[in-house]
Design a protein around this ligand. Sequence first.
Ligand code: SAH
Length: 344
Amino acid sequence: MDYSVKELKNILGSDPDELVGVVSELGEKNFRAKQLFGWLSKGVTDFDQMNNIPKSFREKLKERYCIDIPSVIYDQQSRTDGTRKCLFEFRDGSRVESVFMKYSYGNSICISSQVGCRMGCSFCASTRKGLDRSLTAGEIFAQVLAMRNLTGEDINHIVIMGIGEPFDNYENVSKFLQLIHQPEGYNLSYRNITVSTCGLIPGIQRFGNEFPQVNLAVSLHAPNQEIRQKSMPVSRKYGYDELMNACREYTKKTGRRITFEYALIDGLNDSRENALELARHLHGWQTHVNLIPLNKVEGTGYETSHRKSVRRFKETLEEKHIAVTVRRTLGADIDAACGQLRLR
Ligand code: SAH
């Protein structure tokens, strides 16, 4: 066996307990784990930046571990709204995109949970080439840290709505949520995080039990099974009524309001009848509907709803007392809008 090329293990993504294991294995005192965790959560890219850790210990760490903060392959800035889309590359060459956005309430990042996606929604660019692999908790975290290093700005809101289906990578997403929430680290409130799913019911159930304070968004995009099936293959496994029941259960259990994302596609799901049918499902239930005029992806055959249809859809829901907003599209000039990631 050749020992000259040693695999370095990514230390980013280790939780405080695992770090206690790391330091004790290297013959160091337990309190070093806390220091290590603090530094890693700050986004250091090199062990030598950890200036309260003795050099001898840093050398031992370097022999075995790396800190996989991805490099920036490209960094596009919107001319209109301060949105910034980055293509990041991890050590194994895997690439994902993350999007930085400025809102009145603070800075937000949209991060990816997988390299590609296997859910197959026909309007979305991110799923076109299928799934390469899931990201580790450390790699999910690293997107936030890399973006903070790049922009020099605080990031206090996170949406897991980039490339990938978070509940198809539940374990790693779950570990990431716990890591970024640690008071001794990044210390982000669960309330400032949103996870978006295409409707994997077992994930929704588990998430409701384990992370009731994290916001949940469900990509619905249809008022019934027939229409949903046309664009979202996942609905063949988890049907419409079953999904709505799971969502109602979630609300009952957590007391939290679900956001339903609804991409408006011309002639497919944007009629007044479609809005009325959706309103019937949501009647008497505390929810929020987020309408997203479809961002066009070449070759899908789908067109964005006309302005008038968007307005009609919104007004119909309002007439039925359903809470609804139309999502402001950020970063469309750099293909950073929903469904446009992994386009090129
Ligand atoms: N897999 C997760 C999260 C990633 S997608 C999910 O499905 O929720 C983030 C959101 O963008 C989802 O609501 C998705 O359905 C939506 N989306 C995908 N393609 C889009 C497009 N072309 N226009 C508008 N929204 C799109």
